[in-house]
Structure formats: structure tokens, C-alpha cells
Design a binder for this molecule. Structure first.
Ligand code: BES
Ligand code: MN
Ligand code: ZN
Length: 518
């Protein structure tokens, strides 16, 4: 998808379809007026100062046919007084609350609406954002850059469909988006091309996650990481079973030993010239290419979704791609522990004791709690390689889905300063995350009577118990854990994103690394 910045008057732009955002300027209901909510009329206006475009939509808006509900779309043909062949109106909800978070989704909705009609290009009128909701990127930076970024990222995400294996797929997509805005052209073009990199990387991750386990084995995942690394100038080493055993990664190996499919320890290094010695950020991803549960086998119902259990790893591979292409001035090491979790005659069994690379002994209570095992060695190895800060991402627990549903990533941190930085990054990236506790009291839950810790702390507080387990291996290194089990896969079709892999957390990671790089 190509993007162009245009300063032309929207009505003058020749395009297959102009896109304008509709906002509701009616005062939001107060408590007293809530009962009258039903009678309240929306006050819909286009988010553009262009009088010709406003007048082209005036009759439609006056007709009451447009309700202004978020993501409602209306397509007008041959809009009067406008050079575009069509005018697509996308509702963004309340004008007072409209932020870049909504704009991303509005852009995705526009792209999905148009491409499903066979349209290949469009021109998006960037709506003004409110500085109180979207602070400008810097003192010199303009809020219109924030809007451009949101539109490009949202459009990229909307443009992706996981229909690769369908023989009736139509390959409908938007090839070119023009963004009509104002400001400093060079800065806006930079914002657009950075957002392109981020959006493409997110789709790269989604593509990896979408692949079924027979076509995305640890070996294939490693090959994809290698190929990408060669393209963007990253160092990438892939290690097999021998090296995993030689490094004494007993926790990682305990999962890998049960599978006929060879495991892969993927290590990507980004060491740009001119980057300071420190910090060195470690990005560690869970790369279970299929999780059957092992001997503690999962029920058949829904097991097919466990092909996405490498989403954390895919997120780190995609993030490394974006970081390298954005040429951020910071050292980053990406580590993905990739293996299947299978039952077999060689598989580990409940009750087994494993020694992790750090030397800690682990009593295996449930072989389905395998993600934390591979990450334990991944995190420890990252520290051995010199990482001063760690972030991991993993589809780690069903319990995080019970706690937060499908709308928030569970975020855990052993360091408040690092958490604050990450929180600000995920705000800018438009990804929802909710902090969960990691108090020492929870450590009780992972005590073992015969080893240092157990790998499963039971049902209550399951996401926290899993994070407490990981904390044992991050030790005193500032660390953030992202449990993306509820958010890596979208079960429902949304107007702005296809059903399937979401690519969640990648944008926050990239924004966080940008902040660290200063
Ligand atoms: N991969 C699963 C977690 C998961 C669940 C991801 C639902 C995506 C959707 C993980 O390996 C797992 O099986 N966790 C167990 C842990 C338990 C045995 C302590 C779980 O959450 O049930
Ligand atoms: Mn599992
Ligand atoms: Zn798993």
C-alpha cells in the first residue's frame, strides 16, 4: 500500500473515493439527561472545513439516515461539486471523545468497506485531533502527524485478510491511500513512512500467526525470521536441540523433548553503529507452534486455535523488523523459543523435575503450562547475552482471558519506571493494556515441596501465578511481561480488522523502543 500526503482542497482531489469522518457534536448525556437519551438527536458534522465536501453530504446528514454510530459507513456516488468519484462517510462517534485510537479504527473501516467493493485507492481527509487526547509528538511536532500515523497504521491493518488458503479469494486490497492534511510536508511524509513500516510489520506478524502448525513449524518460523533478518540487515542465529542442551536450557528442552519436530532457538541482534552501550533491550517471545497441552492434554474442542500459540514470538520477530527499518539508535536482541508441545513417549510427565538454565529446579505439575518453561530459559539467556531491560510477549494463560476478556492485554512489571514508559507507549500506539499485580504474596502459589518452584500455581489468579513464575527468571532486571492470550486472535469480525490474528502489542513495543532510543 502506497501512501501520499496531499495539501489540496479535499473537493479538488481526483480519487476513486474520498473518505470523510462524521462526528457527533451533541453534548454527551449527563446523568439527569440520560433518561431522555432516546429523544436526543445527534448533531452530525463532517470533520473537514471543506465547504464543497460538506455541502455534498448535507442532504444525507439532514435526512436522518445516518445515525452517527461508530463505524457506520455510507457511500455516495458522484458527490456534487467534488472531484472524487465517490464519497465514503465513516462515523467516528462523539466529537468530544474522538482520538487517534478511534481514527485508526475509522481508517481500517474505510479501507475494508472500499476494498470489499473492488475499489483500489482512496483519499482520506485527515480529521483534526484534540491535543488533550492526543498530545503532539514533540514541541515542534504537529498533531496532524499523529493523525497521519493513525490513518496509515489503521489502513494497513484493515487491508490485511487471512484468506491465503481460500481458492475463491479475490485479493481485493487498497493499493494507494492519499491523506489530505496540512502542516510540514517533510515531517508528515516521515510520519507516513514510519507508520507504513509499523503497519507492515504488524501484518508480517499476523501472517506468521495465521499459518497452521503444519506450515509453521519451529524450523519454518526460524527460516522466516532468517529471511526477514537478511532483508532488513539484522544478525540472526538459529540454534537447534544440541545447542539448547549445551546451554543447559532444561526448561525449554523439557517441552521440546516430546516432539518429533526439532525446536529452534531464534536469536536476532540489532546493533546499529552509534547506539550507546546501554541499555540493551531483550525482546523474548513464546514460540509454541502448536500447544496440545502435552501429556496434560487439552480438550479437542477449540484446540485448533493453539496454532496461534507462537503469537508472542511472531510479535517479537515483527517488532525486530520494524526496529531495524526505523533505524532506531538502540541495541535490541530478539529471542524466540520455538517448539511444539506434544504428548509422546518422549514427552515430559507431570511430577517430573527440570533444571532451568538459571539453575532453578522446577516441578512440572501440568505439562500444559509450557509457555512459562520456554520463556524461563529465554529470559535468562537474554540476560546472559547482556540485556539490561526485558520485555516478553506470550499467549500464556487462559486465566488472563477470564480476567480481562478480549480487549486488554495483561501487563505485568517488576519495575514501576519501566512500566510507566511502556504505558505511555501503548497509549500512543492505541493498544489497550491493563496492569496486573505481582505482589510477593503470590509467590506462595508457586512453591513446590520437592523443588524450587512448580510450573502451575493452580486456577485462582492463574495469569498472575504464571507471571510470578517468569519473575523468578527476570530476577532484578527491569522486565515487562505481556500476556496476550486473549488479544492475539480476534474471534469476531470487526469493521476495522479481519477475524483472526491481530498482531497486538507490536505497535506498543516499537513505540516503547523509540522512547528508549530517545
Ligand atoms: N497456550 C495456553 C494459553 C492460552 C489459552 C492461549 C487460551 C490462548 C488461548 C497455555 O500454554 C496454557 O495451556 N495455559 C494453561 C496453564 C495452566 C495449565 C496452568 C491454561 O491457561 O489453562
Ligand atoms: Mn499450554
Ligand atoms: Zn501454550
Amino acid at each position: 500500500m502506497k501512501t501520499t500526503i496531499s495539501f489540496s482542497a479535499p473537493a479538488e482531489v481526483e480519487t476513486e473515493s474520498l473518505v470523510a469522518v462524521v462526528l457527533d457534536h451533541a453534548e454527551p448525556a449527563t446523568n439527569e439527561s440520560a433518561s431522555k437519551e432516546k429523544d436526543k438527536k445527534p448533531e452530525l458534522k463532517l470533520a473537514t472545513a471543506d465547504l464543497a465536501v460538506q455541502s455534498a453530504a448535507a442532504d444525507l446528514l439532514a435526512s436522518g439516515e445516518v445515525t452517527g454510530k461508530p463505524f457506520e459507513t455510507t457511500l455516495l456516488h458522484k458527490p456534487a461539486g467534488v472531484k472524487g468519484k465517490r464519497l465514503l462517510l465513516v462515523s467516528g462517534g462523539s466529537a468530544k471523545k474522538f482520538s487517534s485510537y478511534d481514527l485508526r479504527r475509522v481508517a481500517g473501516t474505510a479501507v475494508r468497506t472500499l476494498k470489499s467493493r473492488g475499489i483500489r485507492s482512496c483519499a482520506f481527509i485527515a480529521p483534526p485531533l484534540r491535543p488533550e487526547l492526543d498530545p503532539p509528538p514533540s514541541k515542534e511536532g504537529l498533531i496532524s502527524e499523529v493523525a497521519v500515523r493513525a490513518i496509515v497504521e489503521g489502513a494497513q491493518v484493515g487491508n490485511f485478510d487471512p484468506d491465503y488458503y481460500r481458492s475463491d479469494r479475490k485479493d481485493q486490497k487498497i493499493d494507494a491511500v492519499t491523506i489530505i492534511t496540512s502542516g510540514d510536508k517533510a515531517a508528515l511524509e516521515r510520519a507516513a513512512s514510519e507508520a507504513q513500516i509499523v503497519g507492515e510489520s504488524q501484518n508480517f506478524t499476523r501472517d506468521l500467526v495465521n499459518e497452521p502448525s503444519n506450515r509453521m513449524t519451529p524450523t519454518i518460523l526460524a527460516e522466516r525470521a532468517k529471511k526477514m533478518s537478511a532483508e532488513v540487515g539484522l544478525k540472526c542465529e538459529v540454534y537447534g536441540a544440541d545447542k539448547i542442551k549445551e546451554l543447559k536450557m532444561g526448561a525449554f528442552w523439557s517441552v521440546a523433548q516430546g516432539s518429533d519436530e526439532p525446536p529452534a532457538l531464534i536469536v536476532m541482534k540489532y546493533e546499529p553503529t552509534g547506539a550507546p552501550e546501554k541499555p540493551v533491550l531483550g525482546l523474548v517471545g513464546k514460540g509454541i507452534t502448536f500447544d496440545t497441552g502435552g501429556i496434560s492434554i487439552k480438550p479437542a474442542d477449540g484446540m485448533e486455535k493453539m496454532k496461534s500459540d507462537m503469537a508472542g514470538g511472531a510479535t517479537m520477530i515483527g517488532a525486530m523488523r520494524a526496529i531495524a527499518l526505523l533505524k532506531l539508535k538502540i541495541k535490541v536482541i530478539g529471542i524466540v523459543c520455538a517448539t511444539e508441545n506434544m504428548p509422546s513417549g518422549k514427552a515430559q510427565k507431570p511430577g517430573d523435575v527440570q533444571i532451568a538454565m538459571s539453575g532453578k529446579s522446577i516441578e512440572i505439575i501440568n505439562t500444559d503450562a509450557e509457555g512459562r518453561l520456554v520463556l524461563a530459559d529465554g529470559l535468562y539467556y537474554a540476560r546472559q547475552l547482556g540485556c539490561t531491560h526485558l520485555v516478553d510477549a506470550a499467549t500464556l494463560t487462559g486465566a488472563v482471558v477470564v480476567a480481562l476478556g478480549y480487549n486488554n492485554v495483561g501487563i505485568f512489571a517488576n519495575d514501576d519506571a519501566m512500566y510507566e514508559r511502556f504505558r505511555s507507549a501503548n497509549g500512543k500506539a492505541g493498544e489497550k493494556m491493563w496492569r496486573m499485580p505481582l505482589d510477593d504474596e503470590y509467590k506462595e502459589n508457586i512453591k513446590s515441596s520437592i523443588a524450587d518452584i512448580v510450573n502451575s500455581g493452580g486456577r485462582w489468579g492463574g495469569a498472575i501465578n504464571a507471571a510470578m513464575f517468569l519473575k523468578e527468571f527476570a530476577e532484578d532486571t527491569p522486565w515487562i511481561h505481556l500476556d496476550i492470550a486473549g488479544t492475539a486472535w480476534t474471534e469476531e469480525q470487526k469493521p476495522w480488522i479481519a477475524k483472526g490474528p491481530s498482531g497486538i502489542a507490536l505497535r506498543s513495543l516499537v513505540e516503547f523502543v523509540k522512547g528508549l532510543a530517545g
